[in-house]
Design a protein around this ligand. Structure first.
Ligand code: PEP
Ligand code: MN
Length: 284
């Protein structure tokens, strides 16, 4: 495949498999980590009342930067996920980083996967994951790698596409920066704008939780993402954020998520990322 062909991959638009017609801002929301049954049911119940929430996210295996922290409950959470799907009719999305995670999640009826920033940056891991998903056409949300290397991110998209996954979403979670600023991970909007322009078939969601690392900044970053015509948001939500086992400073409660979404200025429903991009061009 020529390099330029990559940017025209016929990836299935999210409207075909994830986003109902009446939703103009789809949100994937849920706790950073699954902690226990009560926490999971409580947050899922709250989220099920917010129409924008098109899927529930939860981390079962947490990739911690340094050892010693909470590394997730693992497969213990599968019965909780089953109950959430049955009781609230939510689709559930889990981070996978090894072929074993993939195998376990497929068996447990997890609806789709996300690939974490630490995994996207490792082509060896991605090749193993692609081997494990072959033949399933399971949707995959792919976070950008930790460092600002768009080619590495695109390479991961391409590898999953070649493995038969046609339902792919890129998730922008910001890039690590050596200099400390107000954000946990630098959003680098210009690069992402360029990415939309060059790769218009890839739907892009924004993850303001991991960009900001701070719940006070979620609203401004979410608005910025909408202004840049991102197709949706991924946000971390917890029933009691201050007591969360991971990423507590950036999580909000379900009512806080509702209030945040109510305050965002959302544009008309866009048929796809390309038309959104053209609108930005016209108005600038
Ligand atoms: C997460 O979504 O909880 C996570 C670990 O994200 P990232 O891979 O973007 O750091
Ligand atoms: Mn997190």
């Amino acid at each position: 495949m020529e390099e330029n062909d990559i940017y025209n991959l016929p990836i299935e638009p999210v409207e075909k498999w994830l986003v109902p017609e009446n939703i103009n801002l789809p949100v994937v929301a849920g706790p950073c980590s699954a902690e226990n049954f009560e926490q999971m049911i409580s947050v899922a119940e709250g989220l099920s009342k917010i129409p924008n929430v098109v899927a529930f996210r939860c981390g079962l295996w947490k990739p911690r930067t340094r050892p010693g922290g909470f590394e997730g409950v693992g497969e213990v959470a599968f019965p909780w996920i089953k109950e959430i799907k049955e009781r609230f009719g939510l689709k559930v999305c889990v981070e996978v980083a090894t072929p074993k995670h993939v195998e376990q999640c497929l068996k447990a009826g997890v609806d789709f996967f996300w690939i974490g920033a630490r995994t996207t940056g490792n082509p060896f891991c991605i090749n193993d994951l692609c081997e494990a998903v072959k033949g399933t056409n399971i949707p995959v949300l792919i976070k950008n790698p930790i460092g600002p290397d768009l080619k590495l991110w695109i390479g991961t998209v391409e590898r999953f596409y070649n493995a038969g996954c046609k339902r792919i979403v890129g998730v922008h979670r910001g890039f690590i920066s050596y200099q400390s600023g107000i954000y946990r991970n630098d959003p680098c909007w210009e690069a992402l704008f360029e990415m939309q322009r060059e790769f218009p078939t890839l739907p892009l969601f924004c993850d303001p939780s991991h960009i900001t690392g701070d719940r006070k900044l979620l609203r401004e970053v979410s608005q910025k993402a909408l202004d840049f015509n991102f197709s949706g948001l991924m946000l971390e939500v917890h029933p009691d954020p201050d007591r969360a086992f991971t990423d507590k400073n950036q999580q909000i409660t379900p009512p806080e998520l509702k209030a945040l979404l109510d305050k965002l200025a959302i544009k008309e429903i866009e048929s796809n990322v390309i038309s959104g991009f053209l609108n930005v061009q016209k108005s600038s």
